[in-house]
Structure formats: C-alpha cells, structure tokens
Ligand binder design. Structure first.
Ligand code: ADP
Length: 412
C-alpha cells in the first residue's frame, strides 16, 4: 500500500512531501529527508520507494519521504528534529561538493547521511563516506531494494556507532572516577601518616624516658600528652573528611551538626591556615560588617568549604598574586544572608567548563597534568552549602581569575 501527502513547500523550495508505506507485521516508521534539486532525480527516488513498498520481501518498515531542494532548507529542517536519515545530493543550488556534506553533518552529527552521486562525481561520494557519510548511492542505478536496504543499514550502523561512542564516554568517566578515588585515598593515607608519626614519636620518647628511670617533668608530660590529643583530633577530622568524600562520591546527603558560629571568624582562621602554606600569594580578608556574621552552621564543614575555596584559589594561581576574601550581609525578602566571595588572579576557567565545575570528578580543560586534584572539592562544597539552604556560584575570566560566591541563610 502506498500513501502520499503534500504540503506547501518552505521558502524557495519547490518540493513536496510524500509518505510511502510498506505494510509490515512490526511496523517502524523511518523518516527520510531527501535533499535534491533535480525534480527528475527526486522522482526516480520516489519511484524507487514506491517499488520497495510493493515488494513483500521488504516488510518491517514504513518510509516517510520528505523532499527539499536547498541545503539551507534541509539544515533548518534537520534542526527541527524527527529525521531518521538524509539522502543528500552534493550539488545543490546553494552549496557544492564536500562542503554540502560537511555543513549538513555539522548541523546534526547524530543523523545518518547517505550521499547521492552522479556517475561523474562518484569519487567525491567515496570521500564523503570516508569523512563520515554512512553510504553512497549512484543516481539512476537505484532500485527500491538497494535504496531501502542502504537506508536501513545507515540508520542501524549510525545507531551502533553512537552507542559505541556513548559507551566509550561512560567508560572514560568511570575510569576518571576510579582514578580520582585512588588519588583521594592515596592523598588521605599520606596525610594520615603525619600525625601518626608525631604520636608515635611522643609515645616512644616517653617510653624511653620511663624505661631508663629518667626524670619526668610534669609540665613536659602535660605538653607531650596535649600533643598526642591534638594529633588524634586532627586524625579524627581527616577520617570524617574521608567519610564525607565517600558520601559525596556516592551522591548521598551529609548529616549536618548545626551550631552557632561566626562566618567572619571562620573565614579569617581558614585564610591564616592557607596563608601558612604559601609565600607567593597574599590572602586578604575584608569585611564591612561589624559584629560578625553569626548563623546556625555545621561549622566544621563550612570551614572545610572555606578551606577548599582558598586552597583552590592558591593552587590555580601558580604565578602567585592576591587572593581576596570578602564577607557581607545581604537582606532579601526571605531573610538575611551571609555572602562570602573568594577571588583570585589565577588561570581562570574556560566558559564551557564553568557550568560543570560543581559536578563530581569534573576538572576544567585548562588544568593540564601539572595541577593535581580529584574534582571532588567543589562538588562537596556545593553539597554542604545546599544542605544549609544556601547557594554557591562561580564566575571566571580565563587568564584573569576566578570568583566563587557562597551565600548562606543567617538566623533571623
Ligand atoms: P580539584 O580537586 O580538581 O581542584 P574541585 O572540585 O575543587 O577539584 O574543582 C573542580 C575544578 O574546578 C578544578 O579541577 C578546576 O578545573 C576548577 N577550579 C576550581 N577552582 C578554581 C579556581 N580558583 N581557579 C581556576 N579553576 C578552578
């Protein structure tokens, strides 16, 4: 059975729109866009579809044919979507040769293209296949079976190519995630060794003194035991961080422990901790608010957010420079907010990467191999800030620097 329909041709296009139906058991519609300026050649293609429709051996598909005669109209049609395959003549009134294929392919890389060639330009069609066209057909030698078979293979081949590409991407992501986990574990186990070595050192010293029966000054003993306590607290904090990383990696929420603390004091402490790690950056904290910015925060975790932003600001400014932390209070219809910004003069973030940097394991394309990281810090920061009912944003100018802004709701 063959059915047809016509509609007004778009713009300068003279062509119509036809639907060829092959009656099938399991019907599947294949939407074919024919871009061909020769009315005679278009008629031949239409005839070939009609022949195929009559052939019982070609059951299983319904072909809908839509015909346009300019590349521009074809590109617009592709952008509108719902085209399964394109039959493309390379010589059109508004484009010639390989350029025709390249432009169309760029418009919709996921749509398979079968090139139609004349007897005299078969070489060009072969080139188009090398560049990514699924197949080519020589005009005047196309019968219904060759045509429909080529189209169906083109659709299937393109689908499996896309699927392979999707799987390769998923595998690359999984590998990046594993690499990142390994790096995190390696760096945390390395960091855990430092306090552990210090505790062991104190314990061995005390042991030696006692076994030799030497004097034990009570003040020195208190100081040494204090050192052990300090180092075990540090280790406990690292283990909590590790547990948070595992939760963040798995996309699970954290259990917040809210208490009252001042964001200004917290930022100043984080700034002086990070300042101690570098002498070619100047970290400055400025605020116009008096009396601090006290709110109900999970202070340990908000401090971790501040430390993460400051560490990044230093790490991604390899040439040094100023890191400016500002703190402000903002009032809005939903109450008061504490706003903290961390601004650096570093490498910046390419515009295409900015929307993704809060995703787990995502690292911007300009970090190269030189700047180490796991791509988890900002994902964790965002999770912590959002669980407080706040927001975190990034703005950046590549080569000039980055500003990260954190907004947290304040009490009353
Ligand atoms: P990482 O461990 O890679 O630093 P983060 O989650 O902290 O992971 O940051 C994610 C990505 O965002 C980084 O890899 C980097 O590309 C980009 N980034 C974060 N902060 C900055 C910054 N201050 N300057 C430039 N790029 C940054």
């Amino acid at each position: 059975m063959v059915s047809g329909r016509t509609r007004e041709p778009p713009g300068e296009c003279l062509a119509g729109d036809h639907r060829m139906t092959v009656s099938t058991i399991a019907q599947r519609v294949v939407r074919v866009l024919l871009i061909e300026d020769s009315v005679a050649d278009a008629d031949l293609i239409r005839d070939a579809f009609e022949d195929a429709a009559l052939d019982p051996a070609l059951g299983g598909a319904v072909f809908e044919l839509e015909h346009l005669d300019r590349l521009r109209a074809g590109m617009e049609r592709l952008l509108a979507g719902d085209v399964d395959v394109v039959l493309l003549d390379l010589s059109l009134p508004d484009s010639h040769g390989m350029e025709t294929f390249v432009k169309l392919e760029r418009t919709s890389p996921s749509t398979p293209i079968v090139v139609l060639s004349g007897l005299d330009d078969e070489q060009m069609a072969v080139r188009a296949v090398r560049e990514g066209a699924q197949d080519y057909l020589v005009k005047g030698r196309v019968d219904g079976i060759t045509l429909t078979r080529s189209i169906r293979y083109a659709v299937e081949r393109k689908r499996s190519e896309d699927e392979r590409a999707r799987m390769a991407r998923a595998q690359a992501e999984a590998e990046a995630s594993l690499r990142s986990r390994d790096e995190t574990l390696a760096s945390i186990s390395h960091d855990l060794r430092t306090p552990l070595t210090s505790i062991r050192g104190v314990a061995q010293l005390l042991q030696r003194r006692i076994s030799r029966g030497g004097p034990l000054d009570p003040d020195e003993l208190v100081e040494r035991l204090g050192r052990i306590e300090e180092q075990t607290t540090l280790m406990a904090r690292m283990i909590d961080d590790l547990l948070d990383v595992a939760r963040i990696e798995a996309g699970r929420p954290l259990e917040l422990h809210l208490e009252s603390c001042d964001l200004v004091a917290l930022a100043e402490k984080a700034a002086s901790d990070v300042q101690r790690t570098t002498d070619h950056h100047q970290i400055r904290v400025i605020t116009a608010v008096t009396g601090g910015l006290t709110g109900a925060f999970d202070c340990v975790r908000i401090e971790r957010v501040a430390l993460n932003l400051l560490t990044n600001a230093v790490k991604y400014s390899p040439d040094g420079g100023e890191v400016l932390v500002t703190l402000d209070r903002e009032s809005g219809p939903t109450g008061a907010w504490a706003v903290m910004t961390v601004r650096d003069q570093g490498i910046g973030i390419p515009p295409d990467d900015v929307p993704h940097i809060f995703e787990r394991f995502y690292r911007a394309s300009n970090v190269g191999d030189g700047i180490r990281g796991t791509g988890l810090g900002l994902a964790g920061a965002q999770q912590i800030v959002r669980q407080h009912g706040g927001e975190i944003d990034a703005s950046s100018l590549p080569g000039l620097g980055t500003t990260i802004t954190v907004r947290l709701p304040l009490d009353g």
